[in-house]
Write a new protein. Structure first.
Length: 149
């Protein structure tokens, strides 16, 4: 079992995800190819609104991918204290205490996490084993411990 009541303290780097970039690029390619097919086979009034929506989505996706937050996700696994999560953005000294860190998607070598602070909108980040392989299991134990505790 990965989880334990006394998970170790861990600092895990968060940054731009190659995986997420590949997903967005693949979707953009699919939208482009579908748009080209529709333009060749359908009248413009059928495909122009979809093409506009596709362009807006691709612009949002490109902006989203370039502006992924970077920093450290820290878990203080002090025994008896239940542990506490902090989100330390690059250039920040202390960071923001988090109320919750919730895995939304676990693909074993990468996870999509939802970071929720007391007074902020949730931040979604990808963490990948390749960024810090030696600390990957400690991160997973901290996440599991937080869900159990």
């Amino acid at each position: 079992m990965i989880g334990s009541r006394n998970a170790p303290s861990v600092s895990y780097p968060v940054g731009r995800s190659r995986f997420w970039g590949v997903v967005l690029t693949s979707l953009a390619l699919g939208v482009t190819l579908t748009g080209a097919w529709m333009a060749a086979t359908l009248p413009p009034k059928a495909w122009l609104p979809l093409a506009g929506a596709g362009l807006v989505w691709m612009a949002w996706a490109a902006r989203n991918e370039r502006h992924q937050p970077t920093g450290l996700l820290r878990f203080n696994g002090a025994p008896g204290q239940g542990g506490a999560w902090r989100w330390v953005l690059n250039g920040s000294a202390e960071g923001l205490e988090l109320d919750a860190v919730q895995p939304a998607l676990d693909l074993q070598s990468r996870m999509l996490l939802r970071l929720k602070g007391a007074a902020c909108v949730p931040v979604w980040v990808w963490v990948e084993r390749a960024r810090a392989p030696a600390d990957w299991l400690a991160l997973r134990r901290a996440l599991a411990s937080d869900r159990l505790g």
